[in-house]
Design a protein around this ligand. Structure first.
Ligand SMILES: CSCC[C@H](N)C(=O)N[C@@H](C)C(=O)N[C@@H](C)C(=O)O
Length: 349
């Protein structure tokens, strides 16, 4: 079944006659249009229309899998309104702004507007072979760039220079950063999202590098923590505890496993090392058109792993004023377990 057919079945289950799609990653997933921030899609039982403006006439015609209508609001809404009188029209409550909802109410007074959450995101959790190929290519590039930049992570280098090298090499290869590169050295390692600063890396420090490539719209995500010289016994202990948790959680990945149970497994290992409180985030997340998408690998998650999901496993431990460690791999959930897509080496510390 195509994604559009699956969506129509999900719309039926949700009791709506039409869906107004405004979340850019969902617009891209449904249409293939590569400027989805400037697009919307109206899905009805027998049609799907991409709405964008005249800046994209040629691009939309070349890229979109569904028919396009070129207009700007309010003409966009007027064009769509004909199909919607007396209908229940879903909108993406996670994405639509208050002003956006006001516009829908103003222009579609005879429609009943129904807030929906995560309908398309749910479908996007299972990747097609083409999507898996795209994520695999993004991660292969990220591995290559990380390996090329690794020798530059030495005492005397600035975090910013490492991040810049990564970004430049990704861009030269036709990709971009999936997110601002995280390079957090020494005590800055205690910040899980410590974006690269002007700090100069010192001998004896751990350096956490978290990076992703965005290639053809699809993202990768990987973290390595590397040692510059000989780190303290305390930080080596933390590193090895995080590595133990990471490897255990990776080995447990297979269809049918509850995401919350995986999170607990890694958390219990770190707790056993006295680092439970230091693990300040979830174990992982899905990756695709967005860096963070479903499934959520966290304690409160209801998600169950299925073959075709692409996920991260990324335990960490963060000690304020001391430092931190995160180790993250990108995995494809397969019929009989998993395939690790990230191949940059995890160095012994
Ligand atoms: C701002 S994008 C950063 C991507 C990074 N690789 C990452 O995923 N970091 C995790 C610690 C994270 O942000 N996890 C989220 C899902 C969370 O725990 O809420």
């Amino acid at each position: 079944m195509s994604q559009l057919q699956q969506l129509r079945a999900a719309m039926n289950d949700a009791g709506v006659d039409a869906l107004w799609v405004s979340h850019p990653a969902n617009v891209r997933a449904l249409t293939g249009f590569t400027s989805p921030e400037d697009g919307k899609v109206l899905v009805t039982p027998d049609a799907a229309t991409l709405y964008t403006d005249a800046r994209y006439t040629v691009q939309a015609r070349e890229e979109s899998r569904v028919p396009q209508h070129i207009a700007r609001p309010p003409e966009t809404f007027q064009h769509a309104s004909g199909d919607l009188k007396g209908k229940r029209v879903g909108f993406e409550a996670d994405n639509l702004t208050v002003a956006g909802l006001e516009d829908l109410k103003t222009h579609w007074p005879e429609a009943e507007l129904v807030p929906l959450r995560g309908v398309i995101q749910g479908l996007r959790q299972l990747k097609t072979p083409d999507e898996i190929g795209a994520i695999r290519a993004a991660q292969a590039l990220a591995d290559r760039v990380f390996n090329d930049v690794r020798p530059l992570i030495v005492a005397g280098a600035r975090e910013l220079d490492i991040a810049l090298e990564i970004e430049m090499r990704l861009r030269k290869a036709g990709a971009t950063n999936a997110f601002d590169v995280i390079v957090a050295s020494g005590p800055r390692g205690a910040m899980p999202h410590g974006h690269a600063s002007e700090r100069v890396i010192q001998d004896g420090e751990l350096v956490t590098v978290d990076m992703g490539a965005r290639l053809n719209g699809y993202n990768s995500d990987m973290t390595r923590t590397v040692a510059v010289g000989q780190p303290s016994d305390e930080m080596r202990r933390v590193y090895n505890a995080v590595l133990e948790a990471e490897e255990a959680a990776v080995k447990a990945v297979k269809p049918g496993v509850r995401a919350a149970d995986l999170d607990k497994m890694a958390r219990d290992i770190l707790t056993g090392h006295g680092l439970g409180e230091a693990f300040a985030h979830s174990l992982g997340h899905g990756v695709g058109l967005e860096v963070h998408e479903g499934p959520g690998l966290r304690g409160t998650s209801e998600d169950v792993l299925q073959a075709g999901m692409v996920i991260t496993i990324e335990p960490g431990a963060y000690l304020p004023d001391v430092g931190g460690v995160r180790i993250e791999d990108l995995l494809l959930v397969t019929e009989d377990g998993y395939e690790v897509l990230s191949h940059a080496p995890k160095e012994p510390v």
